[in-house]
Design a protein around this ligand. Structure first.
Ligand code: 2NE
Length: 270
């Protein structure tokens, strides 16, 4: 597909084609492990996708045919987090997870190889996951001195069930694409050479549908799981819809025209 570069970065590729924003972790030397700069660039790209009117769906993937993402770059793991070029230790991938989850557009993980550790959690937080036959899934935290007890635990358990989630974390095994499909961890598995074609096809189908309806469904599916923060996001979307009505405009207009508002002229729905 003729992807056009949206912006050049050191650690990621950020491209556009037919309403799709594609973010590719571009560190194949390290199986696409992320360092703080990688995550900062991904957050910037996700924000761009949020504000772009041209982008309807986002695809997250990794460069090459070996890895989607192998998690945090162990070379820069210091005391207190992953250390950036500025010397500050941080775990900013958690901010990226939240950005993906609250992006009001579908996000598809195109899992083209290893999805391990924090890289596994990244595909978990995407709305859909489409994997190539060579994809391998797993958590390694307890083996390398880490864990993700946030979305990487509770949302994973919502997807695969409590027993399976505990197995994934307590044994740190690796699972192949077929096993991932059987446990509901991915939506489809295709040969690697067909992966991008399949993902673009899913994106095309999604783009036949109402963006606002998809946005409301995403936020509704999240709200059930995300407690007060989830309800806040659902409420924000309800407010957006309300602001689109004439009834809401009347309130503002009356204030600006220094008159009493007349809300009674608008229809009331049963
Ligand atoms: C991903 C995996 C299973 C691939 O294995 P293989 O055999 O295909 O490749 P290899 O030879 O292990 O890796 C190739 C090169 O990439 C580097 C390796 O060190 C190796 O470098 P050289 O020996 O050629 O110099 N590499 C791979 N992953 C890396 C990483 N994460 N950081 C730095 N360099 C990496 C295999 O490579 C593997 O198991 N990787 C480590 C996976 C891992 O444990 N990730 C961190 C989990 S913790 C985490 O991500 C996390 C969290 O738990 C909570 C919050 C946020 C993050």
């Amino acid at each position: 597909f003729p992807w056009e570069t949206i912006k050049e970065y050191s650690d990621i590729k950020f491209e556009y084609f037919e309403g799709i924003g594609k973010i590719t972790i571009n560190r194949p030397r390290y199986r696409n492990a992320f360092r703080p700069e990688t995550v900062m660039q991904m957050i910037e790209a996700v924000d761009y996708c949020r504000y772009s009117n041209k982008i309807n769906v986002v695809v997250l993937t990794g460069e090459g045919d070996k890895a989607f993402c192998s998690g945090g770059d162990q070379n820069v793991k210091g005391i207190g987090g992953y250390v950036g070029e500025d010397g500050v230790p941080r775990l900013n991938v958690l901010d990226l997870q939240k950005k993906i989850r609250s992006l009001p557009k579908p996000v598809i993980a195109m899992v083209n190889g290893y999805a391990i550790g924090g890289g596994h959690v990244l595909h978990v937080v995407c709305d859909l996951s489409i994997a190539s036959e060579n994809a391998i899934f797993g958590q390694t935290g307890p083996r390398v001195g880490s864990f993700d007890a946030g979305f990487g635990a509770s949302y994973l358990a919502r997807i695969v069930g409590q027993k399976k989630a505990r197995e994934i974390w307590f044994l740190c095994r690796q699972y192949n694409a077929q096993q991932a499909l059987e446990m509901g961890l991915v939506n489809a598995v295709v040969p690697l050479e067909k992966l991008e074609e399949e993902v673009v096809q899913w994106c095309r189908e999604i783009q036949q549908l109402s963006p606002l309806a998809l946005r409301m469904i995403k936020v509704g599916l999240n709200a059930e799981l995300d407690g007060q923060a989830g309800i806040q996001e659902l409420a924000g979307n309800a407010t957006l819809l309300y602001y689109l009505t004439e009834e809401a405009q009347e309130g503002k207009n009356a204030f600006l025209e220094k008159r009493k508002p007349n809300f009674q002229k608008y229809p009331k729905f049963p």
